[in-house]
Design a protein around this ligand. Structure first.
Ligand code: PGA
Length: 241
């Protein structure tokens, strides 16, 4: 059985006070959420310590949005695995298209970060996806197969989540048709040695399209940006039918 994982990606939103306010409202809304669904909040580094204390004993898991490949060192602005595990972080997003696009992240650094996450017992959420121009040029399959090949060198597929995030669907309100997302996610699964890796869809997931997305046979959850910032919206996503 493949695990269902619904993760919120807060990106660079929420101060510590705002994060705690979210948690207070959100917690009670997921009390009765089906046990089989893993709920994750990938929050900014400055909020993780306080959130971890607040979420203690709850079923909500905590995620970070990046990890460096060294355990410590002269890497200004980066974060190391032991800093995350010490405060109870369980997941980490790696290779998000915003990191690849704006911060020079490459398949090689994505691979190093994946290996580091696993070394520290964190579950990486690896993001892959094509841009609009790549899709229009008919290169979607090639791009994704290449990303997977390079990103997953020596990565343990028993401790991994993948998110298919077509770049043109992120933050645009322009969701990928759920059947098309299902097709690409099926293709991603074909590339894996472990067929039970949970594969999420991400890109403009909202309360009004989550049911349709989760009906698809290959889709094991969602990585949610904008709609995860509001506790009521994210709770209705997590509590999809
Ligand atoms: P979005 O972001 O839901 O706001 O489109 C998804 C993501 O970037 O992970």
């Amino acid at each position: 059985m493949r695990k269902i994982i619904i993760a919120g990606n807060w990106k660079m939103y929420k101060t510590q006070a705002e994060a705690l306010e979210f948690v207070q409202t959100f917690k009670s809304k997921v009390d009765n959420t089906n046990e089989s669904r893993e709920i994750v909040l990938c929050a900014p580094f400055t909020t993780l310590g306080a959130m971890s204390k607040n979420l203690h004993g709850s079923r909500i898991r905590l995620g970070a949005q990046n990890i460096h490949w060294e355990d410590a060192g002269a890497y200004t602005g980066e974060i190391a695995g032991p800093m995350l595990t010490e405060i109870g972080v369980n997941y980490v997003i790696i290779g998000h298209s915003e990191r690849r696009q704006y911060f020079g992240e490459t398949d090689e650094t994505v691979n190093l970060r994946l290996l580091a996450a696993q070394k520290h017992g964190l579950i990486p959420i690896l993001c892959v996806g094509e841009s609009k121009s790549q899709r229009d040029a008919g290169e979607t399959e090639k791009i994704i197969i290449n990303q997977l090949k390079r990103d997953l060198v020596d990565v343990d597929q028993n401790n991994l989540v993948i998110a298919y995030e077509p770049i043109w669907a992120i933050g645009t309100g322009d969701t990928c048709e759920s059947t098309e997302a299902n097709r690409v996610i099926g293709l991603i699964r074909e590339q894996l040695t472990n067929k039970n890796v949970p594969i999420q869809y991400g890109g403009s997931v909202k309360p009004n399209n989550i049911d349709e997305i989760m009906k698809q046979s290959e889709i094991d959850g969602a990585l949610v940006g904008g709609a995860s910032l509001d506790p009521a919206d994210f709770a209705s996503i997590v509590n999809y039918q």
